[in-house]
Ligand binder design. Structure first.
Ligand code: GLA
Length: 946
């Protein structure tokens, strides 16, 4: 055996050698990589969830493989609970073979498998498990090459039918069919060769799960669902974190190619092998579950440490892997330190993985929104198998170095866990200029959150305070604070700023979004790319494609014209970048770089590629370009309003042979730039109903804001997020401010709203010589005073006076009882009325009591009061019997002023249908007391005499 075998460099590298080496021979070898699409589809109804089991390779590799190892594994699966957890297939990998007999039938290695494969299959079946075996489509198996396995002729080439029949006879349930250079050794093409065995298996009576392996070299996810139940997407996994992480990274973007019956296979598990930490093992297993990957343990199951067994039998993690929806996780976000992945599960649940690729514990956050949810969820930790919190917004976990928090979100809320406080805030700001970001804390709980503060995680390129105090947030309420944010001069794109929400009741997490304002023409090569991919090497900024590392390509040159700026790619390429809706057009000159022309000619190849532009997932531009046939072309593509824009280059088949697809094209997006027009923010304030002609509203008014982007309003010093019309109910004068923020610019407008829902105050009294009308209106002011005495009406226009006293000369009145009533109206039309009866004795003088020296009850002047909340004091009301303030329509509740002012005196009916009381004259001084006691400001500013 050769334990020091290094990870093989496979076909991808051979393509590269072909390209770099310019050889026609190698190039035609490349052309041979692509074969015709197999005619029929795989239709075996197997592997509706990813297969699970054990495979010998990662445990014992080649020469240590024997039937006892396999039986031990089967025993252990049955004994440890692994079978209950779902592990089913016991797969004997390479090196089981002893050779082929004269009849062409394979036989097992006589020393290591003396009982033969049929017996081994029976043993495995006797344990209630299924039997898997290894084969190859060419002449050799991989162990021939990499482990110097000395027995030849073990591949199925030319023996496909007999091998399939042999497998059936042995009771095989699963075939791993491994490429092993069948193109180089035997001139085979992948799809066709794998389809041969697919068709042979289909002829059998026995269902056999069919897994193929060509290490992802021909992007099998694009074609293999017609061929196999699973297809390897990567080179061989090694038992170390670097290998595991590299594979995880390479699976981003493959999610939509897999599903029930056809799975991406990122290779078998190394959990329990090498020197990976428990967290690394969890990340490995948990991410395989997120990836809906086949789960094949590859470690010694007879000596499993309990922590390893716990990881690989965790039922809740396995349930994610085996979820019947079969939707593999998408990577939503990644940086050098963390990654966020999510996958929807059957029944509306969502699985979320927060992976810490950094070297120290960190809190990783995402949101319900980002993971594709809506509404409230219970967040459960699948490693701890406990519910953590309810959330409608933030999702987070403290994740140890190289660990992965696996969370399951279930719609609804749980009473057993706290409800998270949520935080939200978005800002698009011009780099280098300070801006204010409204940040809102939402409390979804039924109890208040106290002493809330926010701590912002330091984020490169973003300057903001370390923390702000929010204060208390009411139950089911929200509170908004403003935070000053400044983006670095060279900041581009968009970042999430993680936030800790700290309250007296707990600590929660969320994130804010900060986006750089884009103005004018911005080069695509100057924007951050969110997860770009390319054929050879990385896609290039301001250069044509290179082959290995960054910036190793020449300057972009199309038909002799060199461009300083642009993007250099090689199909298949994807260049996604975010514009947050700020740009209108994408401009570029597209073509295939001169650099590749000579080499392609020498190799007899015609470089071709598609050029495609996607705006928010929708294809908005497509063309096929062929070097030599097509001229470099200036394009202008409408991407107005798009957030995520993606440039793509795809493989194009040869005319008449679409499967002969050449990757041999250095595709240029020369001078690629986006034109970003900045839309000015707009905001307007609507007020309804309209004010009266006085400019005042006679009752409550409703404010409605319309405009662009996030709208806010303020009635005092605080700015509040505007989400729905705001009703102003209290009397007063409001300065309503509103603002809208779009693209880092702010528009502000104001309007005044004045509300007077309260009728004026009025009081009427008399002495021997004169009656005194006192009226006041603290809101819109007095418009009119009208009094009637001895059947004669007098109207005075008051034109907005705040308060008046008006004396009416009584000296001319004859003897008898004279009713007098007075009505005042304010400028919004509210009225108040007071009445008295002036009794003049036959001698012609007003009763003594009217002189103010009397206050007791035998006089017959009558006061009346309007209804409302004039809460005159008992004292004043009880002892004074003049016409007190009449406030018939005050909106707030309160004791009826009439009853209040009337004391025990019986009502006799009065003006406006309100109770009137027969009373003695009050002293004039007591009138003031009455008015003030009724809550009225009696400030005599002017006296009017008539
Ligand atoms: C290849 C496969 C491995 C294993 C070996 C056997 O390397 O990728 O999984 O099957 O062959 O030789």
């Amino acid at each position: 055996m050769n334990p020091s075998r290094s990870t093989p460099r496979r076909r991808r590298d051979a393509r590269l050698a072909a390209l770099v080496g310019v050889g026609a021979l190698l190039v035609s070898g490349v052309a041979a990589l692509a074969g015709p699409t197999p005619a029929s589809a795989l239709d075996n109804d197997l592997a509706l969830t990813p297969p699970m089991g054990w495979n010998s390779w990662n445990q014992v590799r080649c020469y240590d493989l024997n039937e006892d190892v396999v039986k031990d594994a089967a025993d252990a699966i049955a004994a440890t609970g692994m079978a209950e957890a779902g592990y089913e297939y016991v797969v004997v990998d390479d090196c089981w073979q002893g050779g082929r007999g004269a009849d062409g039938v394979l036989f097992s290695h006589p020393e290591r498998f003396p009982s033969g494969m049929k017996a081994l299959g029976e043993y495995i079946h006797s344990k209630g498990l299924k039997f898997g075996i290894y084969g190859s489509p060419g002449s050799k198996t991989c162990a021939n090459r990499w482990d110097s396995y000395p027995i030849l002729g073990l591949g199925s080439l030319g023996h496909e039918r007999i091998d399939a029949q042999t497998y059936e006879e042995w009771g095989v349930d699963y075939l791993k069919y491994d490429w092993c250079d069948a193109d180089v050794n035997d001139g085979l093409t992948h799809q066709a060769a794998f389809a041969v065995m697919r068709d042979e298996l289909a002829r059998l009576d026995r269902p056999i799960v069919y897994g193929i392996s060509e290490y992802g070299n021909t992007q099998p996810w694009t074609w293999a669902s017609d061929v196999a139940n699973l297809w390897r997407t990567t080179q061989d996994i090694a038992p170390n974190w670097g290998s595991v992480l590299g594979i995880i990274d390479s699976q981003a973007g493959l999610a939509d190619f897999a599903g029930p019956g056809g799975w991406n296979d990122p290779d078998m598990l190394q959990v329990g092998n090498g020197a990976m930490t428990i967290e690394e093992n969890r990340s490995h297993f948990g991410m395989w579950a997120m990836l809906a990957a086949p789960l094949f343990a590859g470690t010694d199951l007879t000596a499993l440490p309990s922590e390893t067994l716990e990881i690989i039998t965790n039922p809740e993690v396995i349930a994610v892997d085996q979820d019947p929806l079969g939707q593999q996780a998408h990577r939503l976000r990644h940086s050098t330190d963390s990654q966020v992945w999510a996958r929807p599960l059957a029944g509306g649940d969502i699985a979320v993985a927060l992976m810490n690729t950094g070297d120290s514990t960190r809190r990783i956050t995402t949101s319900v929104d980002e993971v594709g949810g809506a509404g409230a969820y219970v967040v459960r930790s699948l490693w701890e198998r406990t519910d953590l919190y309810n959330t409608t917004a933030g999702i987070w976990a403290e994740v140890p170095a190289h660990g992965t928090a696996l969370l399951r979100l279930t719609p609804g809320t749980s009473e057993n866990v706290p409800s998270a406080l949520g935080v939200s805030g978005e800002l698009t700001a011009r780099p280098g200029v300070s801006a204010r970001m409204p940040v809102t804390v939402t409390n979804g709980d039924d109890t208040p959150a106290t002493d809330v503060s926010l701590a912002f995680e330091a984020t490169p390129g973003v300057t903001m305070p370390a923390s702000v105090v929010v204060g208390d947030v009411a139950a089911r309420g929200r509170a908004t604070v403003e935070v000053e944010v400044r983006l670095a001069d060279d900041f581009a794109g968009r970042v999430e700023v993680p936030v800790r929400i700290i309250s007296g009741e707990g600590e929660y997490s969320g994130a804010l979004t900060v986006t750089a304002l884009l103005t004018g023409d911005v080069y695509v090569s100057d924007l951050p790319w969110t997860g770009a991919s390319n054929g050879f090497g990385p896609p290039e900024r301001d250069r044509a494609n290179g082959e290995e590392g960054a910036a190793d390509g020449p300057l972009i040159t199309l038909d002799g014209t060199t461009y300083d700026k642009g993007v250099g790619t090689n199909p298949e390429a994807r260049i996604p970048f975010r514009l947050s809706g700020q740009c209108a057009g994408l401009h570029a000159v597209i073509g295939i770089d001169d650099d590749v022309a000579a080499r392609a000619r020498a190799g007899g190849i015609t470089p071709r590629s598609t050029f495609e532009v996607y705006a928010d997932g929708r294809q908005v531009f497509y063309t096929e370009f062929e070097q030599g046939r097509d001229e470099p072309t200036a394009i202008e593509v409408d991407i107005a309003g798009a957030d995520l824009v993606e440039l793509r280059n795809g493989l194009v088949g040869e005319p008449g042979d679409p499967d002969q697809r050449s990757w041999f094209a250095w595709t240029d997006w020369a001078d690629a730039h986006v034109s970003c027009e900045v839309a000015e923010p707009v905001v307007e304030i609507g007020v309804s109903p309209a004010a009266t002609t006085s400019g005042w509203h006679a009752g409550p008014a409703t404010i409605t804001l319309t405009g662009t982007g996030a709208l806010e309003y303020s009635l005092d010093d605080d700015w509040l997020a505007y989400s729905e019309p705001v009703r102003l109910t209290d009397d007063g004068e409001y300065l309503v401010r509103a603002r809208a923020a779009t693209n880092g610019r702010v528009a502000e407008t104001t309007t005044e709203v004045r509300i007077d829902s309260t009728p004026p105050d009025v009081a009427l009294t008399a002495d021997a010589d004169e009656a005194v009308v006192t009226a006041a209106d603290a809101g819109s002011g007095l418009a009119r005073l009208e009094y009637t005495l001895a059947g004669e009406a007098t109207v005075l226009d008051l034109a907005g006076e705040g308060d008046v006293s008006h004396m009416v000369d009584l000296s001319g009145l004859g003897g008898g009882v004279h009713p007098m009533s007075v009505t005042v109206a304010d400028r919004t039309g509210h009225e108040a009325t007071a009445t008295i009866e002036v009794t003049v004795d036959p001698s012609g003088s007003v009763d003594d009591g009217a002189n103010g020296s009397q206050s007791s009850g035998d006089n017959d002047s009558t006061g009346s009061e309007g209804a409302g909340d004039a809460t005159g004091s008992e004292d004043a009301a009880g002892s004074d019997t003049s016409a007190g303030p009449a406030r018939p329509e005050r909106p707030a509740s309160g004791e009826a002023a009439g009853a209040d002012a009337a004391g025990s005196t019986p009502a006799t009916g009065g003006a406006s249908g309100l109770p009137a009381t027969g009373r003695t004259w009050p002293p004039v001084a007591a009138l003031s007391a009455l008015l003030l006691g009724a809550g009225c400001a009696l400030t005599v500013r002017r006296r009017v005499r008539s």
